[in-house]
Ligand binder design. Structure first.
Ligand SMILES: C[S@@+](CC[C@H](N)C(=O)[O-])C[C@H]1O[C@@H](n2cnc3c(N)ncnc32)[C@H](O)[C@@H]1O
Length: 200
């Protein structure tokens, strides 16, 4: 898996472009900056954008090539971010330390994604937000994951993030224009959730 991503990110071009995902960009700007965790941040287009808005960014990803490009992009934009190379399965952060988590095309293997979501939820403070966009199970385009269980449904999100106030939860057909790997029509799940306090 890691090899696939290293090979993709070794190319000179940015696989998904240098600009942030549009949904992430629109929604992140609505919240006051704090500490944000960016799982599976790839070449860092979204983490770097968050840093430009004043967020304290912690990114991680499987790919060392992704890390190199993200850190270069951060230097080019005169911002800093902490970027860890590793598999979420083996990473650990303090509970309730992040004000936001950006899950943008973070497609995990089907047998792990619910556990990963639970793990990430632990790292978010009550009142914290999740900004999520990823391909839905209706996504039939030539690009994106092929394995049905790596794709998402609204029902799964409602189960995995049952302790969230739902600000947005939708399945939408959109036109993507993100580098050479996300181009054309895509069917996506979009979710904005605010973590409830335990007593709420
Ligand atoms: C489609 S790319 C999206 C990259 C980035 N979020 C973006 O939108 O530009 C998916 C990323 O998930 C990362 N990834 C997949 N499984 C992972 C895991 N278990 N731990 C950390 N990163 C993972 C891959 O290395 C890859 O960079």
């Amino acid at each position: 898996m890691q090899q696939k991503w290293d090979e993709r990110y070794k190319e000179q071009e940015f696989a998904y472009g240098k600009e942030p995902n549009l949904f992430f960009k629109e929604w992140l700007a609505k919240f006051s900056p704090g500490a944000i965790l960016m799982p599976a941040d790839g070449e860092g287009r979204n983490g770097v954008f968050a840093a430009q808005l004043g967020w304290k960014v912690t990114s991680f990803d499987l790919s060392v090539e992704g890390q190199a490009k993200a850190l270069q992009l951060a230097r080019d934009k005169h911002v800093t971010l902490s970027y860890i190379v590793g598999d979420l399965e083996h990473l650990h952060f303090e509970n309730e330390t992040f004000d936001a988590i950006g899950l943008i095309y973070a497609h995990f293997s089907g047998d792990k994604k619910a556990d990963f979501h639970k793990q990430l939820d632990n790292y978010l403070k009550p009142g914290g937000i999740i900004i999520f966009e990823a391909f839905s199970k209706s996504h039939l385009a030539a690009y994106g994951p092929k394995e049905m269980d790596m794709l998402y449904s609204k029902e799964e999100i409602m189960v995995d993030f049952g302790n969230y106030e739902v600000l947005v939860l939708a399945e939408e057909e959109i036109l993507l224009d993100e580098g050479k790997y996300h181009i054309g029509k895509g069917s996506v799940i979009r979710f904005i959730g605010k973590k409830k306090s335990p007593m709420a």
